[in-house]
Design a protein around this ligand. Sequence first.
Ligand SMILES: *Cc1c(COP(=O)(O)O)cnc(C)c1O
Length: 357
Amino acid sequence: MVDRLPRYAAGKPPVAVDGLASYKLSSNENPLPPIPAVVEAIAAQTDFNRYPDPLSTKLRTALAGFLDVPAEDIVTGAGSLGALTQLLATFAGQNDDGKPDEVIYAWRSFEAYPICVGLAGAESVRIPVTADGRHDLDAMAAAVTARTRVILLCTPNNPTGPILTAAETERFIRSVPSDVVVVIDEAYQEFVRAEDAVDGIRMYRKYPNVVVLRTFSKAHGLAGLRVGYSVSQPQLTQHLRVAATPFAVSQIAEQAAVVSLQNFDQVVERVQSLVEERDRVSAGLRDLGWFVPDAQGNFVWLDLGANSAEFAQLAGERALSVRAFGNEGVRVSIGEAEANTRFLELCAVYTKPPRRS
Ligand SMILES: *Cc1c(COP(=O)(O)O)cnc(C)c1O
């Protein structure tokens, strides 16, 4: 079974080019280091002979205050991917008759979904995104069968960029059976500026079959420490907690996340600087006549089709690593201002821009 799973191709580091600083724009990482208070808190820790708190009580308490939800409704994991793996292991797998459960998600979306679904023993049902990179929610609702256990919604969608609106998400949740778990993956929530965007936490408050996934990897710049969480009502969390990997969140990760939340104003400032860069890049591409789907995360999507590998190669020659997905397109993470400017300079001389199809 494992050999039939797609491989997770992590974003590659840039190849060195003489005379040019290299930039990694291939993993949607935060180009800025964690805030100083977090770095200090990490340096101050020494208790590594001890296991971490398996319930991440400090972090869940801090998050409960931050989100205004009961701490019992939060389950932490090794990144939101850890939380997602727990969730799929809990709710989707193989049935007694040997047939797999179905998990529906948009495609292209987060590369880890097919791997996590496959590992859980369930079957992926992928519904193509629209030409402007949005979830086709009508088609996703129509794909629900008696075997559907989980639906993954990704907003903003990685790698295409657009959000789901509150209205369309709520309509969708109401249209699917209430025993189907609807996951709202909000890894880039802090970067969203669209006013009509869904707020997963509001959906969780209203609907007992909704699970929200959030992470410290992107906005907080803590990807390397692996800490994320899910939020859902007790009828789901009671099962999720049982499936949680013991000690998945280390004490370093927990403490870093707590201190980052305590200094959220500084996180917001950094995120805002990246949002401004994202909007500068999107506007720059549109000025060149390029079609870019609405970018609400920390990345832009270039629908380059068969030219994707060629474009990624040209970026590499300029010491920029970007992420090409087969013959579909290229995702470029927002990085340091100099990296973003160099990317725009490449686009200005590239003669086969993506057009709205
Ligand atoms: C980056 C990302 C994650 C986060 O993964 P972590 O395990 O929290 O680092 C989750 N979902 C999506 C869509 C992502 O792009």
